[in-house]
Design a protein around this ligand. Structure first.
Ligand SMILES: [Zn+2]
Length: 289
């Protein structure tokens, strides 16, 4: 009997794209009101699908559910969402209409989680088990010392925090969630260092949902590349994200940052130091543990 040798442990990378479309642009919280970049989501996603194909890197696209309903751009494109799925990428839910979750009442929260899941599953013909909250919020997670005064203030006494979101996700059939809360220990270090502090990530169970925390600031600049290198070395998990429409923006999500990042991913994979994974792969691995 020949036993299969255990695969050597490697670093892992999760790549997320938050696919907001005009639903997200209408609810922009950048401070200058509704934006008009919704149409860019579609042309930039076509470009992204090409880049991900060229580099053979799978990604998780967190899609606003309403975009999967029949209709026209800049609000809808079910055909493109199907193409994303057919190219081997994972489609996650990014709420139904890009709602700010901390301010929702329980029935509204349940509705946006359920409707987005249903619309996406009807569109791609596959189960949707991963969720990415719009604006990366809630941050509020009292048990971990992550306190958001603005969520408490603007979301009201019963505002939705991390544990309640996860409990609702679980009851709606979701199994995985990307989060962005900052534990007390991290906040303390950030306060001392006067800058963002990130650590290699790991999967944690919150209310029955497998969660990963973002450990890069968004985009594919120096900080994201440093975390990628570090996770490859320490056999840990790096979590990066961007928005398709920002592929042409003047920030670290621009293609001129993304392409060198993907080249580095290719080199690390060739060297046997990195696996690119999807949330559903991590769940499958967990099931086999
Ligand atoms: Zn978003």
């Amino acid at each position: 009997v020949t036993s299969t040798p255990c695969a050597p442990r490697r670093g892992q990378l999760l790549v997320f794209w938050d696919y907001d479309t005009q639903w997200g642009a209408d609810r922009s919280r950048s401070g200058s009101g509704p934006q008009q970049w919704g149409h860019l989501e579609f042309s930039c996603t076509d470009r992204l699908l090409q880049l991900h194909h060229d580099f053979q890197v799978p990604a998780c696209f967190a899609v606003v559910g309403a975009a999967a309903l029949r209709g026209t751009r800049p609000y809808h494109d079910p055909d493109q969402i199907r193409r994303i799925s057919e190219a081997g990428h994972e489609v996650a839910s990014h709420s139904f209409r890009h709602e700010w979750l901390p301010g929702l009442r329980t029935p509204e929260l349940r509705e946006t989680l359920a409707r987005s899941k249903q619309a996406l599953e009807d569109c791609i013909g596959q189960e949707v088990i991963t969720f990415v909250p719009p604006y990366n919020q809630p941050f509020h997670y009292l048990a971990k010392g992550s306190i958001s005064l603005s969520e408490t203030w603007k979301g009201g006494v019963w505002h939705v925090g991390v544990p309640r979101l996860c409990a609702e996700l679980r009851s709606q059939g979701y199994e995985f969630c990307r989060l962005s809360y900052r534990p007390f220990r991290t906040r303390l270090r950030e306060w001392f260092k006067k800058r963002r502090v990130d650590e290699p990530s790991r999967v944690e169970n919150i209310a029955g949902v497998s969660c990963v925390r973002l450990n890069t600031p968004g985009g594919f600049g120096e900080e994201a590349t440093r975390m990628l290198e570090r996770c490859a070395q320490e056999q840990a998990l790096a979590v990066v994200y961007g928005h398709p429409h920002s592929l042409v923006a003047q920030n670290s999500q621009n293609e001129r940052h993304l392409v060198p990042f993907l080249e580095r991913v290719r080199d690390l994979r060739t060297a046997g130091a990195l696996d690119v994974v999807l949330p559903r792969d991590l769940l499958r691995a967990k099931a086999h543990e």
